[in-house]
Design a protein around this ligand. Structure first.
Ligand code: FUB
Length: 327
């Protein structure tokens, strides 16, 4: 194993939801910043009371990970009221864009964008959230043709099911049993990152027979934390199953889907949530993820880690058993 593998990348703060990228030969990780506070846990995620972002960086996978300090604070974002959850970042035309979810003044999760000349910030937020955006967990994917996509969405506290009618309804019922599950959203960004080109569309995840994964199939249905990577010309959507705590992946031939369920990326980690990113570094693939090992399992005090991913030529990913190496 590499020197820092499966160990917290930083221990001075609690971090989660790592979105990793290589920009100009250096590794940058865009995590959530969990606050060191005592909170009751609830299904709406009130305990995830984050108010700023720190960017982490590493010269290589074996070097010390640096916390570059506050990159964006909620008090500097005009439209935000609270809860700055899992972010991602993208480099477009020599500018760096932090793409992040937070609750607006009506307590509705939206997606915002902030810009910087540096990958570690500080970032300056756009005046308002992206028009038409909703729910949490944005992941940005740039395709080979230069098109920039946003994948996002999360159930329960992430409010995704509250938009089934096309507008926000906090009392909307959740699909269950054999009903079709709710998928993540995809939308293409404008080239200047000032908005989406069209309203977000819901992605379908299908089983091996081509039928939509059902809401009751909690081992495989989408919950939150989407990520998109491309391998040998195919698109791979990976995500968390939430209640069953797996990271899974599905394969497709189009960035808009549909995607067909392929298997499990990672078995459950310590803590309730599981959220990841997949990135190629010097010709090898890595999974960045988090667990609550630094807080004895407290779900809202997490730490980000990475481990190597073994991907076969046909795109099949070997399932990671997170603590096997400790046996
Ligand atoms: O970090 C807050 C929330 O917890 C994220 O948005 C989810 O993906 C889960 O990790």
């Amino acid at each position: 194993m590499r020197k820092n593998e499966r160990k917290p990348l930083v221990t001075n703060i609690f971090t989660a939801d790592p979105s990793a990228h290589v920009f100009d030969g250096k590794i940058y990780v865009y995590p959530s910043h969990d606050m060191d506070i005592e909170m009751e846990e609830d299904d709406d995620g009130e305990q995830y009371r984050m108010e700023d972002y720190h960017v982490l960086s590493m010269d290589s996978l074996d070097s010390t990970c640096v916390d570059n300090g506050v990159a964006l604070h909620e008090k500097d974002v005009p439209w935000v009221s609270r809860q700055m959850w899992a972010p991602d970042a993208v480099k477009v035309n020599d500018k760096y864009y932090l793409v992040f979810p937070a609750k607006d003044k009506d307590d509705i999760f939206r997606i915002g964008v902030a810009e910087s000349d540096s990958p570690v910030g500080p970032f300056v937020a756009q005046e308002n959230y992206i028009e038409g955006s909703y729910s949490i967990d944005p992941a940005v994917f740039v395709d080979d043709d230069g098109k920039i996509y946003c994948y996002n969405g999360g159930l329960w506290g992430g409010q995704l099911e509250m938009w089934q009618s096309g507008s926000f309804n906090p009392d909307e019922r959740r699909p269950e049993g054999n009903e079709k599950s709710i998928g993540p959203l995809v939308a293409e960004f404008k080239e200047d990152m000032t908005g989406f080109k069209a309203a977000p569309k819901m992605i379908e995840i299908l089983d091996e027979n081509g039928a939509p994964i059902t809401a009751g199939d909690e081992d495989r249905r989408y919950f939150e934390g989407p990520w998109l990577h491309k391998f040998n010309g195919k698109y791979y959507l990976s995500y968390s199953t939430g209640t069953t705590h797996y990271l899974c992946y599905a394969e497709g031939t189009n960035p808009y889907g549909p995607f067909t369920y392929k298997g499990r990326l990672m078995e459950p980690v310590i803590g309730w949530t599981t959220h990841h990113s997949i990135v190629e570094i010097e010709g090898e693939w890595y999974l960045f993820y988090h667990d609550s090992s630094m807080s004895d399992g407290c779900s809202h005090k997490r730490c980000v880690k990475y481990t190597k991913l073994n991907i076969a030529e046909d795109g099949t990913i070997e399932t990671i058993v997170p603590y096997d190496h400790e046996k």
